[in-house]
Design a protein around this ligand. Structure first.
Ligand code: SAH
Length: 460
């Protein structure tokens, strides 16, 4: 190990920065967050540094560096000028006084290096490439940023607050460790992450009071997006990775299912158009039952759970039975397909509104408000439309929409197999006749479809 990681307390501690440019400003901002008392020596300073002076966190000595400026008053010295000779002098003086020194772009002169940090105060993750490549450290940092929930620091605060109480109640160290491990990966931490700290604290109290230690489970109703796994949200991914069991649909792509925690039990509850594999009521009941058994149940849905996803019905049952749940939005097929096909759903010149409808039959009929759909300057997106596409086009024309209105049929949108067929209300039926079209498909109707040729970036 070239460098030993060490977290240093700098509150109210004098630190010196030599140089007044952007790098110096970046370092000063970091030191200021740690509560350091900063002196900057430089003839000129950038605006960002100047604003720190106003905040009284920084004193500016307005001149060039002079021999003797580094004194044993300082705990840490940073040389950040663009003059390598000056930087070297600063380093030598600091070394002579055994003061920690960091020199920009000169690892050989440094006694300490400043890592890239992920700040979830009081939790700090520091990344160092051992001065080999700051860019590499930054790339790694960006990756970690996406993995650690923004409110992780709040979680640490809460644990700090409750630690003594838990220690008193659960006296066996092993049991205590088990308690915190579950708390950090289950409903308690999830409550903190969604900003409900007081509820989290209450839940800890409840679990502590429960002598049998029966922790209740929870249901995560999660939108998995239209297909491309990159479109998952951070929260979706986190919950997917901590589930005990997952109930999923046909619409959830295998690549997405692969991201669910490996040990999780997988239950397919997919439906097909006329053939319902598992009745909706049964799904609703299963979710409640598994959660009441204490499991973390992931209900993974294609797109967004609240758009033609029956997610509302599922959580209604949970609410009625007092099962805790959370709902995570997903990218719905309309926005996923529209973006990946280069078809803006609204556009100043073509459409001021957009309407989502389902082409699914109700009582054997397409019951839609045709007049409302046939309005000008509007984009109509039809989910579950393929079987009834002819009726759909005919009815729109019969209710006053121009037969020349452009239409796009997007099949397997956002995936590598995406296919976009464009036509008009009048020609679509002939256009797709005899073609093999893979489900799922979405129909976009309106003048915005004209932009597809120009804005198509993803390819067909
Ligand atoms: N809750 C989902 C919709 C479920 S209904 C959402 O928000 O997207 C199922 C319909 O969604 C399909 O019949 C199809 O019309 C549409 N759909 C879902 N994923 C799609 C995709 N990748 N490409 C095209 N259409 C899709």
């Amino acid at each position: 190990m070239d460098y030993f990681p060490l977290f240093t307390k700098l509150t109210d501690t004098p630190c010196l920065i030599v140089g007044g440019g952007t790098v110096a400003a970046r370092k000063a901002a970091a030191l200021a967050r740690a509560g350091a008392v900063i002196t900057v020596i430089a003839p000129d300073i950038t605006k960002n540094l100047a604003s720190l002076i106003e905040d009284k966190t920084l004193t500016h000595v307005e001149r060039k560096y002079q021999q003797g400026d580094v004194s044993s008053d300082y705990r840490l010295v940073i040389a950040a000028t663009d003059d390598t000779q000056v930087n070297q002098q600063v380093a030598e003086q600091a070394h002579a006084l055994a003061i920690s020194v960091n020199v920009i772009d000169a690892p050989e002169l440094c006694s300490v290096i400043l890592p890239s940090i992920i700040d979830r105060d009081p939790v700090i993750v520091a990344v160092s490439s051992g001065a080999r490549s700051p860019v590499l450290a930054r790339v790694l940092r960006a990756r970690l940023e996406t993995l650690i929930p923004a409110r992780y620091g709040r979680l640490a605060e809460l644990i700090g607050k409750l630690r003594n109480k838990v220690r008193e109640q659960i006296t066996v160290p092993q049991a205590r460790r088990g308690f915190w491990e579950r708390a950090l990966q289950g409903p308690i931490s999830e409550l903190v992450f969604s900003g409900r700290d007081a509820d989290a604290e209450q839940l800890v109290e409840k679990v502590l009071a429960d002598t049998e230690n029966t922790e209740s489970g929870e249901v995560y109703l999660v939108g998995a997006g239209p297909g491309d796994p990159d479109l998952l949200s951070f929260r979706a991914l986190r919950l997917m990775q901590q589930a005990d069991v997952v109930l999923y649909d046909r619409l959830v792509a295998p690549e997405i299912l692969d991201l669910v925690r490996r040990e999780a039990e997988r239950v397919y509850v997919g439906k097909r158009r006329a053939y319902h594999a598992v009745r909706q009521e049964e799904i609703n009941e299963t979710l409640a039952r598994l959660a009441l058994e204490g499991k973390r149940v992931l209900r993974l849905k294609g797109g967004d759970p609240f758009i033609f996803g029956r997610g509302g019905e599922e959580v209604e049952t949970l609410a009625e039975q007092g099962v805790p749940f959370q709902i995570v939005p997903g990218v719905t097929a309309a926005s996923g397909c529209a973006c990946y096909a280069g078809i803006p759903l609204t556009h100043r010149d073509y459409a001021q509104s957009v309407i989502f409808v389902t082409g699914h039959l109700k009582d054997g009929e397409l019951q839609l408000n045709w007049k409302q759909l046939a309005q000008p300057q509007q984009t109509v997106v039809v989910y579950m439309s393929l079987t009834n596409i002819d009726v759909l086009c005919d009815q729109l024309v019969a209710h006053g929409m121009s037969a020349d209105t452009p239409v796009a049929l997007v099949s397997r949108g956002t995936t590598v197999n995406q296919d976009v067929i464009t036509a008009t209300l009048a020609s679509l039926s002939d256009e797709i006749e005899g073609k093999e079209i893979h489900a799922p498909t979405l129909t976009i109707i309106g003048d915005v479809v004209k932009l597809h040729d120009k804005l198509n970036w993803f390819g067909n």
